[in-house]
Design a protein around this ligand. Structure first.
Ligand code: ES4
Ligand code: ZN
Length: 325
């Protein structure tokens, strides 16, 4: 019943996509050449063969070194424009794009280079009829000091950043490690979200910290919340967004958390579907909707609710929201 044309053409908001995870093998090789960076692969087939991972750590071990090809403002601009063209083909009307400044600053690229390139792409996106914003993520396996310095940098570009998030290796890096920086970011007017990757060692405790202590508006992935009825109630009542990424999940969990997504829908929790790292996990946002819809026999109404949830839990203004809902 649900077709690729339907899931691709459905108007949607994309709230969980890492710009570094949209780096396709073609652009990776082009930038490696342009910047004289040796990445150890010279053909698309070789790049694809290097994409072997079955958990978060093994994925991140492939993902971060590849970013070496990103050197100049133009590189970040090209990366983001390539993604935005793909998003437009998927009828994404509004996107909140994650970026990881520490993954670039730690290898000598300035915050300014990163944000100037990405931001220019979001400005040029307006001509493509897509509203693009930026969310800066802290790397949770880096130190608190590093997060504090990163937030200080971000304050120089406050008008170009919509919110802050938290990503990278969750193992032994609980949300509370960054309590002070989240509190400060919120006081500065940034929206808050954070990853709670699926099936982590302390998933429920991490989600509890995010919802009850830090006060995030969304949780990225976070579908393990279904295991705790009190937290499910809290999430439903407070319209917390959960951004599930089926194809990303399928690398670590064959059922891609489809049952959990359906359960959350049934309980009135604002769960929605996104692409995470589409160049690494085999598909853009339309493909992610299609994957979960076909595997779990979703109805048209359920798919439409997922898309509505994406607009409802987005950080666009209420006036703008009214246009989509
Ligand atoms: C990520 Cl799947 C995932 N989890 C945590 N951090 C990430 N950064 C990019 N993809
Ligand atoms: Zn993610």
């Amino acid at each position: 019943e649900i077709t690729k044309e339907f899931t691709q053409g459905l108007p949607k908001a994309e709230l969980h996509v890492h710009i570094e995870g949209t780096l396709e093998p073609e652009l990776k090789l082009k930038l490696a050449k342009r910047n004289h960076v040796n990445i150890g692969q010279s053909t698309i087939e070789e790049v694809r063969q290097s994409y072997q991972y079955d958990d978060l750590a093994s994925f991140l071990a492939v993902y971060y070194p590849a970013m070496n090809v990103l050197q100049t403002e133009q590189d970040f601009y090209d990366l983001a424009m390539d993604y935005l063209h793909r998003a437009v083909k998927n009828n994404v009307r509004h996107v909140e794009i994650f970026f990881d400044p520490q993954a670039h600053m730690s290898r000598g690229i300035s915050f300014k280079t990163v944000i100037d390139g990405l931001y220019k792409a979001t400005v040029d996106a307006r001509a493509l009829n897509i509203d693009a914003r930026l969310i800066m993520c802290f790397l949770r396996d880096f130190s608190r000091d590093s997060a504090r310095e990163t937030l200080e940098e971000a304050l120089n570009y406050k008008d170009k950043i919509l919110g802050v998030g938290l990503d990278s290796d969750e193992h032994n890096n609980p949300p509370m490690k960054f309590f002070n920086q989240f509190t400060k970011a919120s006081a500065e007017g940034f929206h808050l979200t954070a990853h709670a990757d699926i099936d982590q060692k302390d998933s429920i405790e991490h989600i509890r910290e995010l919802l009850e202590v830090i006060g995030v508006e969304r949780v990225d992935h976070g579908t393990n919340v279904v295991e705790d009825p009190d937290l499910v109630n809290f999430a439903a009542k407070n319209k917390i967004g959960f951004t599930s990424c089926p194809l990303s999940n399928s690398f670590v969990s064959p059922e891609m958390k489809g049952k959990e997504v359906l359960e959350l829908l049934k309980k009135g929790v604002k769960v929605s579907i996104h692409s995470d790292d589409p160049a690494y996990f085999g598909g853009y946002i339309g493909d992610n909707y299609y994957a979960i819809a076909t595997k779990f026999n979703l109805t048209r109404d359920q798919v439409i609710t997922l898309a509505r949830n994406s607009f409802e839990t987005s950080w666009i203004s209420d006036e703008q929201k009214a246009l989509y809902l």
